[in-house]
Design a protein around this ligand. Structure first.
Ligand SMILES: Nc1ncnc2c1ncn2[C@@H]1O[C@H](COP(=O)(O)OP(=O)(O)OP(=O)(O)O)[C@@H](O)[C@H]1O
Length: 613
């Protein structure tokens, strides 16, 4: 392998007669003047005599062809492999043409490729095309993971990719970008498995109900995550304690239910009293609304006068007071709107629980998965993240002040569909807290892992704070542009983004100052949605058919014209399963079509029989 053509300090062409180049493999140029220079292949081509070299287009120029000839290559008759090698560190001078190129030894690239020990980092996969480098690789880096491809598991044969999560302290926050089906959720699962192994307290917002780690995959038979995570459903296991809400919180919550008008905001300011419980706020709104509907103090007094019971009298007196106090400042429309939003939240069960179980889990280093519909998670997350972030902040600040507050651990927040929580261009309640954490979280040990299919729709301030970025296959041009702006990904790599294989990813790290090309390892667990819905359909159908066959076997042969009604009755009595005549006949036809029974046409119509075998 030799350096060809006119060279620069950043990039050179190299050629070989017998070795094909692979994208992102590492090679060393032995430059006589400058010593060893390490580079990475960013483009590779093969030429042979059927495709003359001068058709190379803009990939190679005339100087490359000329130097191939000078070095003794027969450009019109031989197969020649050519690669573009980008130096990892700019050379002092342009590289010497004709320099020898060789495969590095592991220790020559170890520092470049491996950022920390496996025990101190997250083993996320393997660095692609590095199998040549593993020849004398340290034992501690061997057999750390498996990869999964086309239904088969493979032993690790490349250098492992280990993410130094502790460096988040300096380079906080991770972004995970990729189009649908690119391997983003799978990648997130692997990251979370590793986080669980390190027992880092983590909150995962999971509107898709997919982050469950109880089902093992063949690659994780000996690892059990059962005790390391907990799924909690909003409104069932976790919720918001109404008494703890500030006026800001309640406005945020009502707003997520449906946006509040200025007048509604104002009305909440006037009516809400911190520390009151749900029912007292509800009653206040309800009573004021009813008083407003009566219309005037005189009319309410009439109601008091004609009240039939003491209770009624008190109720209307109360309403009169509210009316007198608030009618002028709180329009009926706004009171009504707030009440409607409040009841909607209440009906979702969000005020039924608190976050004690969640906080207890975090304190022992668990991964807490919050499940619920996208909307309810948005409502809850705003409250939750504010609460957790300020608790952690308060704890850290008390440490600075040498005071003793109860320990509250550092933690990570993970969410898919992050553009819904922090959209570009308009304000949402969850966005302000995420933005604050993106900018200030590092100081207090609160970190974000945000995944999205649409980086272009994610708030720019937040995107700019994501120091490590995982970029899976991305096809949309606008998203590729955003990725190019927001990462150090090179033009050559950006061009490859639409063609990346599912599960392959560019990991661009501010700490390393470079991008690695990685295959995400096989996950130890499986998503609960793994079953193909069409297989599920077939399975249910065949179970259904088997059951039906069991019910009818003893009545065979069956003449539909005479027997159906009696058999349907018997099946109902014995098995409590009911069929209409049409359903029963259709089921018989289906069984016959699937070859489970036989049919014969008789003068009485169709007669079904068990199959002879
Ligand atoms: N690293 C990998 N190794 C093996 N298989 C993978 C890998 N990554 C993804 N897959 C498989 O590819 C499929 C799609 O992956 P995944 O569900 O993660 O896509 P996605 O990008 O999250 O899509 P969406 O955003 O639509 O959910 C899954 O069936 C998964 O099993």
């Amino acid at each position: 392998m030799k350096v060809l053509g006119i060279t620069t300090q950043q990039e050179v062409y190299i050629g070989s007669r017998d070795r094909n180049f692979r994208i992102n493999e590492f090679l060393i140029i032995s430059d006589e003047a400058q010593g060893d220079l390490i580079g990475e292949i960013v483009e590779a081509k093969t030429f042979n005599r059927f495709i003359p070299l001068d058709m190379g287009g803009d990939f190679i120029d005339g100087s490359v062809i000329e130097s191939l000839k000078v070095m003794g290559y027969d450009v019109s008759n031989e197969t020649i492999y050519i690669g573009k090698l980008r130096l990892l560190k700019e050379a002092q001078y342009p590289v010497l043409t004709g320099s020898e190129v060789r495969i590095p030894k592991f220790e020559e690239v170890e520092k470049l490729l491996i950022s920390t020990e496996p025990s101190r980092g997250l083993v996320l996969g393997v660095i692609k095309n590095t199998d040549d480098l593993t020849l004398n690789m340290d034992e501690k880096y061997l057999n750390l993971c498996k990869t999964f491809d086309e239904g088969e598991y493979f032993k690790q044969k490349d250098v492992p990719f280990i993410l130094d999560y502790k460096s988040m302290h300096e380079y906080p926050h991770i972004g995970v970008f990729g189009g649908s089906g690119s391997g983003k959720s799978f990648g997130l699962r692997v990251v979370l498995e590793e986080i669980m192994q390190k027992q880092v307290p983590t909150v995962v917002l999971d509107p898709h109900y997919e982050m469950d780690f109880s089902v093992k995959s063949p690659a994780g038979a000996d690892i059990d995550y059962g005790e390391s995570f907990k799924c909690l459903q909003v409104g069932v296991d976790v919720g918001i304690k109404f008494e703890e809400l500030s006026v800001g919180d309640i406005k945020n919550l009502l707003n997520t239910s449906s946006p509040l008008t200025d007048s509604m905001n104002n009305t909440v300011d006037i009516l809400f009293v911190r520390g009151s419980n749900y029912y007292s706020f509800f009653n206040k709104l309800q009573n004021l609304m009813e008083a407003q509907e009566v219309g005037s103090v005189e009319k309410i007094e009439e109601k008091i006068f004609y009240a039939e019971t003491k209770e009624d009298e008190e109720k209307w007196t109360d309403r009169k007071n509210l009316y007198q106090k608030y009618n002028a400042t709180c329009p009926n429309q706004s009171v009504r709107g707030i009440l409607w939003r409040l009841v909607k939240l209440f009906n979702e069960g969000i005020f039924n629980r608190d976050i004690t179980e969640l906080v207890d889990g975090l304190k022992v280093g668990k991964l807490i998965v919050i499940q619920g519909s996208t909307r309810i998670i948005q409502v809850f997350a705003t409250y939750l993240l504010n609460k957790l972030y300020y608790q952690r902040r308060e704890y850290r600040e008390s440490v600075y002040r040498n005071e003793r507050e109860d320990f509250f651990p550092p933690f990570i927040i993970v969410t898919d569909e992050a553009h819904n929580f922090a959209p570009k261009g308009f304000e949402t309640p969850s966005k302000s807290i995420l933005r604050e954490i993106a900018q200030e979280g590092r100081k207090y040990g609160v970190f974000l892992i945000l995944a999205t299919q649409r980086p272009t729709l994610l708030d720019e301030t937040i995107t700019a704070q994501l120091n490590t970025k995982f970029i899976f296959r991305t096809v949309r041009a606008s998203d590729i542009d955003t990725i190019r702006e927001e990462t150090d990904i090179a033009t050559d790599e950006a061009k490859r983004l639409p063609y990346l294989t599912t599960g392959d990813v560019f990991i661009s790290s501010a700490k390393a100052g470079r991008t690695s090309y990685v295959r995400i390892r096989a996950s130890h667990t499986q998503t609960p949605h793994k079953e193909n819905p069409f297989d599920e359909l077939a399975l249910i159908k065949s179970r259904d058919n088997e059951d039906f066959l069991k019910y009818i076997s003893e009545f065979m042969p069956i003449s539909t014209a005479v027997d159906s009604l009696d058999i349907i009755k018997s099946i109902y009595e014995r098995h409590s399963v009911s069929y209409t005549i049409d359903q029963f006949n259709l089921k018989l036809k289906e069984l016959e079509k699937n070859g489970l029974i036989e049919v014969e046409e008789t003068f009485l119509g169709a007669q079904y029989k068990l199959k002879k075998n």
